[in-house]
Structures are given as C-alpha cells and as structure tokens.
Ligand binder design. Structure first.
Ligand code: UT7
Length: 325
C-alpha cells in the first residue's frame, strides 16, 4: 500500500469551435429568443464556450485530454492500470466511455469505468481513484471529466442553453510516498434530484421522458453556495490545515457569481480562484480538470502548492478534494 497519491500531469481537450455570446444572441434571435452578451456576462461571467462538431463524442475529447496529461507526466499507455471517466454525456448506454478511451489510447491492462455524478463527477472520480491507489488496487490512473453537454441542451430554452459548453480535462495520478492528495469528502442528497436533471432515457428503441436538461437555476445557485462552503471547510479540516493554507481554489465552473460567493464565505481572496468559466462556460464534469490544467500550464499553480477543488451538481451531489501539487 502506498501512503499517498500524487497528480503527475494534467491535460485538456477542447473542440476547436468557439461560440461567443454575440454569436449565440444572433443564432437564438433568428428563432425569436432574446438574449444578449450583457445578460450572459452579467449573470454568469460566461463570454464564450467551445462546442463540439456533431460527430465528436465525449470519448474523443477525453482521449485528447488524457493524451495531453500523459505527455505532461512523461508516461505512456503501458503505465496506466486504471481509467475513470466522469461524464453525464457518455458516447453510449454501454460500454462505458472509459472503455472507449482505454481502446483509443491503446491501454491494455487494468480497470476502466465511468462515474456519474454530473458536475461533481470529477471530484467523485478523483476521490475514487485516490482510494483505489492508496489501497493498492491500482498504481497509476487516468481520471478524466468529459462532456458534450451541448447534446442535451434545449436550444429553445434561453435560461439554460447559454450556460454550457463542451470539453474534457484529465489528470494522471500515481502512487507516491510523499503527500499529494491530502483529503477528500463526497456528499449526495437525492431529495433535490428534480432541481437539475435530464430526465430521459432510451427504451424499446425510443426516447422516453424528457431528453433535455432542465434546471431551477435559483434553487441550484442557493444550494451550491451553501454546500461548497461546507465541504471546503470539511476537507481542509480533515487534512489538518487552515483555509489560509489553500494556495488555489478551483470550484466547479458554472457561474462566476457562485465562485465569488464561495470564495468570500471561505475567506479566500478572489485572486486565489482559478476562473475559466468565461472561456469554457459550464462544462460539467470537465470544468475542474480544465481549470486545473489552465492554471498549471499558465504557470500560476506551482509544485508544492495546495489546490482545493470543489464540485457540485445534479443529484444533488457535491464534494471536494484538497491536493498538494
Ligand atoms: O453545474 C451546476 C448547475 N448550474 C448552476 O450552478 C447554475 C446556477 N444558477 C445560476 O447560475 C443562475 O440562477 C442563472 C444564471 C441560471 C440565472 O440567473 P438568475 O439571476 O437566477 O436569473 P433568473 O433565472 O431569475 O432570470 C432573470 C430574468 C428572467 O426574466 P424575468 O422573469 O425577470 O422577466 C428570465 O426570463 O432573466 C431572463 N432570462 C434571460 N434573459 C436573457 C433567462 N435567461 C436569459 C437569457 N437571456 N439567456
């Protein structure tokens, strides 16, 4: 059994097509739906999003992100014995997106499976991989958040379709003797399942239920701010540290107002918050690893620094991982 798990590399996979708020306003306007750059930026901080071409899948974006993370770690497919993909927009009902990524990368050993915890999916997957590495079930893992959320958006609902984007982010984890992942905490409360969901499925060869995302935005907003504060405190305490010891806060990137409110409640200055929601919009399970990779690659996040990652989303699910880079 190893004592700890370290993040050895990070990577991103973003579809090349960028759609600005102005582009969306024109597109929606042509169908009689009014929106504006001012409204979207003012309410959410989002300025643009990447949208995948119709034939691009979560597994393809995940494979790109994983390849970049492996390169950053100086490792190859033969080094990986666990792949976990967090996604709510899998390629298929089955096999899992993780198995498709495994095949695409040429990984021929170990376990591969998906985690479904919506926007908290990445922290769920990270905590799961950390546990498996510390108990000796795996030695080196790829943990990926990957989404093509544009597929489950109702483009006639201006209250939701302007909020999301597509993309994937990945980390490579490895067993280590010195501390990497310092603590993790996961929560769910299914009583709130109806405030954010895509309540459809396939059955008998047809779509049943409602195949588009629906959300009670204000209910999600309020709950998110409350639980992100609570779980941030829990995980820092579990690690035996203080909030002042956190070098970077990476909350789920849904709305800059939620992130600012969370940082304020935790007493963490906004200068320590990594924000990518302006560029990527809400990419659900991909948002935290995309932000982590952005912070690592632009040189803000340095080795030895402590990063607090916090996810929250449908289910209702939430969780946090505190990692030393
Ligand atoms: O991944 C986790 C899940 N998601 C979240 O964390 C999102 C949480 N919620 C939010 O971020 C916010 O609640 C929203 C950004 C979704 C909405 O902001 P809000 O300040 O709660 O606005 P609202 O829903 O109360 O809507 C205000 C107004 C309404 O018009 P009336 O009724 O006041 O006349 C909406 O119809 O804004 C209108 N509106 C829009 N106007 C222009 C809603 N969507 C749009 C739009 N463009 N795209």
């Amino acid at each position: 059994m190893s004592r700890s798990t370290r993040i050895l590399g990070t990577g991103s996979g973003l579809p090349p097509r960028i759609v600005t708020n102005a582009d969306l306003a024109t597109e929606l306007g042509a169908r009689g739906l009014e929106t504006s750059d001012d409204w979207i930026v003012g309410r959410t901080g989002i300025r643009q999003r990447h949208l995948a071409a119709p034939d691009v899948t979560s597994s393809q974006l995940a494979t790109e992100a994983a390849g970049n993370a492996l390169q950053a770690a100086g490792l190859g497919p033969a080094d990986i014995d666990l792949i976990i993909v967090a996604t709510s927009t899998p390629d298929y009902v089955f096999p899992s997106t993780a198995c498709l990524v495994q095949k695409a990368l040429g990984v021929e050993q170990g376990a591969a499976f998906d985690v479904q915890a919506v926007c908290a999916g990445f922290v769920y997957a990270l905590a799961t991989a950390d546990s498996m590495i510390r108990t000796g079930l795996a030695r080196r893992a790829l943990v990926i958040g990957a989404e093509v959320f544009s597929r489950i958006l109702d483009w006639n609902d201006r209250g939701t379709c302007v909020l999301f984007g597509d993309g994937a982010g990945a980390v490579v984890l490895g067993a280590a003797d010195e501390p990497g992942i310092l603590a993790a905490r996961l929560h769910a409360d299914g009583r709130h399942e109806s405030i954010l969901r895509t309540a459809g499925n396939v059955s008998g060869g047809a779509i049943i239920g409602h195949p588009f995302l629906t959300m009670d935005g204000q209910a999600v907003f309020k709950l998110a701010v409350t639980v992100l504060d609570q779980v941030g405190r829990e995980v820092v305490e579990e690690a035996g540290l203080q909030l002042a010891d956190v070098d970077w806060l990476i909350p789920h990137q849904a709305n800059v107002r939620i992130m600012q409110a969370t940082a304020k409640r935790l007493g963490i200055p906004t200068s320590k918050v990594i924000i990518t929601v302006d560029r990527h919009a809400n990419t659900s399970a991909a948002s935290i690893p995309l932000a982590l990779d952005a912070g690592v690659r632009d040189g803000r996040i340095q080795p030895g620094q402590r990063v607090l990652m916090e996810g929250v989303g449908g289910g209702f699910t939430w969780g946090a991982v505190l990692a030393r880079m």
